[in-house]
Design a protein around this ligand. Structure first.
Ligand SMILES: C[S@@+](CC[C@H](N)C(=O)[O-])C[C@H]1O[C@@H](n2cnc3c(N)ncnc32)[C@H](O)[C@@H]1O
Length: 174
């Protein structure tokens, strides 16, 4: 009986931990769902990310976009994440996988961020967060900078390119 209780307790704890990991950040703008590899490829290709770019991943998760943009495209990347466990994973990956010199990890709320240095902004956030983000992007991004979004479009903006199958939307600031 006590073994049964122990097993039930362990399962409950695991279920709570998993639910926390995926859903807790919802209140800030999105739960956790890593961008699939083929979608990351499409986002980086559509945005034509290269070594001269400064990419901001707003809601960096565990780094699906951050490390590929830095490693495979040679970009300088800033990953912003609000959830502390994911920050620990991002910092671990940066430290042991690198490239350290081109990746900055920031723990904080993306809505408090100054993303004026960005040439490319990558997002995979929920619709309410996109509504909130839009005026900040309009106010801060420099002409010609790109915004690439997975799943949810930026409301009211006209994409300059799309990957319909992967739900990728590319925008260029006028
Ligand atoms: C759908 S996941 C995308 C993760 C990552 N961009 C990727 O491609 O794998 C959204 C991430 O945004 C983070 N997030 C949500 N609201 C945030 C906020 N206000 N500030 C910073 N990060 C936030 C969540 O914690 C979650 O890790």
């Amino acid at each position: 009986m006590s073994e049964l209780l122990l097993v039930a307790g362990v399962f409950t704890a695991i279920a709570f931990a998993a639910a926390y990991f995926v859903f807790a950040s919802f209140v800030y703008g999105a739960g956790y769902q890593p961008t699939p590899r083929r979608v990351v490829e499409s986002m980086l290709t559509k945005a034509d990310v290269g070594p001269n770019d400064v990419v901001y991943d707003l809601g960096a998760g565990t780094g699906a976009i951050v490390f590929r943009a830095a490693r495979e495209r040679g970009a300088t990347v800033v990953g912003v994440e609000v959830e502390p466990l994911r920050i620990a994973i991002l910092r671990f990956r940066r430290r042991f996988g690198g490239p350290r010199e081109r990746v900055t990890i920031r723990w904080g709320n993306l809505f408090d961020l100054d993303f004026r240095p960005a040439t490319v902004v990558a997002v995979f956030l929920w619709p309410a967060a996109m509504d909130r983000l839009k005026p900040l992007l309009e106010a801060q991004l420099r002409p010609g900078s790109r915004v690439v979004s997975h799943w949810h479009p930026v409301p009211g903006w006209e994409p300059v390119a799309q990957d319909v199958g992967n739900r990728v939307y590319l925008y260029r600031r006028p």
